[in-house]
Every structure is written in C-alpha cells, then in structure tokens.
Design a protein around this ligand. Structure first.
Ligand SMILES: Cc1ncc(COP(=O)(O)O)c(C=O)c1O
Ligand SMILES: N[C@@H](CCCC[NH3+])C(=O)O
Length: 430
C-alpha cells in the first residue's frame, strides 16, 4: 500500500501521525473511519491559493456529497470555502454547522419544490438550474418567497471523459443538465435571463468524476467559453460566472495516475482567462467544486480480520468486520483499493487474499486478490483512500450499524461520528 504523508512504520507497526492504529482500534472499536484533518486543511488551502488570480474572483466549493458530517461542515465554514450541495439535507447540515448559505451552490436534476423553497428561504447564494422545467419552478417559488434568486444553468458540453459509465456526466444521454446541442437551448437561456425572479449569472458544467486527463478539463472549458461567447453575441446575454465542476481523479491503486491539482489549477485559470479574453467574455467569477480530490486521501478505514476460509475452488478469503455497507464502491463501480496489515507492517507479503465483508451478498468484496502477509484472526487491516463516497454512501443493509468516525489532527484524535446503535437503526420506525 502506498503510504500517505501522515503514515509511517515504527517498531514494525503502521502509525498515523504517530498514533498506533492498534490503540485507535482499542479506543474506538472497528470498523472505524479515520479522517486526517491536517492533510485536508492543507489540501483546501493549496487549492484556494492555486486558484488565486488578479483576472477575476475565484472560489473553491467543496462538493459535500463526497463526505459530509457535522465536523466536516464546521471545517468548511472555518476554512471559508463554499459548499456544493445536492439536497435540502446537505443544506441543512451546512447551515446548522456554520456554513454561510450565501456560499452554497445548490445542484440536482430533480430538486423538489420544498427543497427549492427551503434553499431560497434560507438564502442559498446560487441555485444551479438543471433543466427547463426547473427554470419555471425556481422562478415561481422565488416569486412566492419574494426574492430574486441568483442562478446558473448546468450545461452538458458533450465532452466525454474516460471514467466509469456510472460516474460519467457529460455524454449525450446524461441525465444532468441541458445539452449545448439541444435545438431549444437558446430559448431556455433567453427565458432564464428574462424570468422576473431570477438573476441569471452564467453556466456550470461537470464532466464526470475520477478523471485523469487534464485535457478533458481544458476541452470542456474551451467548449463552455465558446458557447458563452455565442450566447453573448447571439442573444446579448452576459455570462459573468462559469463553474467548472469537480471530477479530479485520485490515487486508489498503482494503476491510477492522477495529475497534481495544485499544479494544474494555475494553468487552468490562465487557459480560462486567455480564452475569455480572446472571445471577449468579461468573466467576473470562476468556481470549481471538487469533492473526491479534497477528501479521499485523508480517509482510511480500519477493520479487524475475522474468519479465514480456503474455498474448494482454491480461493483464500479473509473476512472483515465491515462490509459493502461502509464501502459500496467495489460492488458498485468495481473500484479497487490498497490495504495493509498494520500490525504486520514489515512482514513479507506471501499470500493472495480476497478481502470480503460480512454482508449477505456474494459481491461484498472490498479487495480481490491482494498480496498480504499470512493473516490471523484479530489482525487489523487498514484500507486507504476511503475519504470520499464511503461514509456518505453507507447503508444499514442487513441491519448492520454504520461505523464510527474519528478525526486525527497531529497530536490528538477525536470522535466525530458515534458508532450507530441497534436502537438508532430503529428510531424512525413505528
Ligand atoms: C455537479 C457535481 N459537482 C461536483 C462533483 C464532485 O465530483 P468529484 O468528487 O469527482 O470531485 C460532482 C460529482 O461527480 C457533481 O456531480
Ligand atoms: N459516488 C461516486 C461518484 C459520483 C460523484 C457524484 N456525482 C464514486 O464513488 O465514485
């Protein structure tokens, strides 16, 4: 397993910022989500600095679908980044933990009327309109609330990025946004710009998630700016802001070769500026909304090895006390992960295992065919790169309680999510 900056091997054991994983397991139990707060803070600051430019206002919005807890919301607020939200639930969590709603961008392809009303009443700064029907709904609800709502339109620029089919968002049949190739697109934009209760500020696009080619982002930017210029020239509508979405790929295993986002961003901003100048677009604001690349490497999950099984077919299973309930990604996207036996950090890897969860599903395998030291019941297995889309996609399938989460920050660690109890799982039931 590739170690993160905060991990190192001492006395034959893997440690997290000097903390022994065995002690963390004793204190908090397993399975345990562990979030390294220092590296998250550093990454956020790095992105913010890399976006700074004299050309226009820039803002980093954190795509909170990747991981949102009360503690994460407090960090968003403290660090002063915006929040990309996709439901009233995310807005609620943000607002109740100090996030300034003016800095929120509300996305979603079927925002409910009550969510739109909630957002407008609670001063959510920008609603990113997905489609022409939503234009009318937001306009009407804003009128009822008595506000003029700032909005962007989500465009599908038709830039196909190479990623898993389920996380592509800009193919022609995507459910997200209005296509730049749609014959009615001009009418939709004209309506947006003239709707009495809307303040149309520009466009948004997000071409997909876990993307490794910088070229796809440059291409999408060029497409969007060219389209914006056409809108200005043809319809006389000014485009002040473009939100370029998130999607920067991260390292899970050695087949992943992500680019360095902090190096990429200044070049990207230059590209956007140069294209905007060429096309005579007076951009006032540029935003990005990364989720995975901000949190994934800060998260890991600690499991205890239970039973071991050698099948008649010759496979060696090692069962963990977690499951697809705490990490659905291998089952959903065939996602790959690396892992390490923290108490055998210096033992040679000599056996091939399939790490399977305890859920009643054959597909509940967290890692297939990983080389590890000979395992024994009670060993602790750490899976790295679980910060994004693990806790936020966790479920209670099989009535399995969701794990606890802790934050580690230099010399201390603290609980941010309590382990779910059986009672809590029944709480909403009558
Ligand atoms: C509109 C939008 N913005 C931002 C993101 C965050 O993407 P990622 O976590 O890949 O950075 C997503 C998720 O794919 C999204 O749909
Ligand atoms: N949840 C997905 C990505 C979807 C991103 C949100 N649009 C993942 O785990 O990779």
């Amino acid at each position: 397993m590739r170690l993160e900056k905060y991990q190192n091997v001492q006395d034959g054991r893997l440690k997290h910022a000097g903390h022994d994983y065995l002690e963390l397991a004793e204190t908090y139990g397993t399975p345990l989500y562990i979030f390294d707060e220092a590296s998250f803070r550093e990454r956020v600051k790095g992105y913010q600095q890399a976006m700074e430019t004299p050309y226009f206002e820039t803002e980093v919005l954190y795509a909170s679908k990747a991981l949102l807890t009360k503690a994460i919301a407090r960090l968003i607020s403290e660090l002063g980044i915006g929040q990309d939200v996709v439901s009233a639930g995310e807005i609620f969590t943000g607002i109740h933990n100090g996030v300034n709603p003016e800095k929120m961008y509300f996305h979603g392809n079927n925002k409910l009327n009550q969510e739109i009303r909630y957002a407008i009443e609670n001063n959510v700064g920008t609603i990113v309109i997905d489609n022409r029907m939503e234009v009318e709904r937001v306009n009407q609800i804003a009128g009822e609330v008595g506000k003029k709502q700032r909005v962007l339109l989500r465009l599908n620029p038709g830039v196909e990025a190479h990623t898993h089919e389920y996380i592509m968002t800009a193919n022609l049949d995507s459910k997200f946004g209005e296509s730049v190739f749609d014959e009615a697109i001009d009418t939709v934009i004209q309506r947006l710009a003239t709707a009495e209760n809307l303040n149309f500020a520009g466009f948004h696009s997000h071409i997909g998630s876990q993307i490794f080619e910088e070229a796809s982002f440059y291409k999408a930017a060029t497409e969007l700016l060219t389209f914006s210029a056409a809108v200005q020239n043809k319809l006389g509508i000014k485009i002040e802001e473009i939100n370029f979405g998130g999607g920067f790929g991260v390292y899970y295993t050695e087949t992943d070769q992500p680019f360095n986002v902090v190096d990429f961003l200044p070049n990207f901003i230059e590209h956007v500026h140069a294209e905007a100048v060429k096309l005579e677009i007076n951009l006032k604001k540029v935003t990005i909304e990364p989720g995975r690349s901000l949190v994934n490497a800060s998260g890991s999950t600690l499991y205890e090895i239970g039973d071991l099984k050698h099948t008649a077919g010759g496979k060696d299973y090692a069962f963990i006390d977690g499951s697809m309930n705490d990490n659905i990604r291998p089952a959903l996207y065939q996602a790959k992960y690396e892992a390490m036996v923290v108490n055998k950090a210096e033992f040679p890897a000599e056996k091939t295992y399939t790490i399977a969860g305890k859920a009643c599903e054959s597909g509940d395998k967290i890692i297939e065919n990983i080389e590890l030291p000979e395992l024994t019941t009670g060993d602790l297995l750490l899976v790295n790169g679980t910060g994004a889309y693990n806790y936020s996609m966790a479920s209670n399938y099989n009535r399995i309680p969701r794990p606890a989460m802790i934050h580690v920050i230099e010399d201390k660690h603290y609980l941010t999510v309590k382990r779910e109890s059986f009672e809590e799982m029944m709480m909403r039931e009558i």
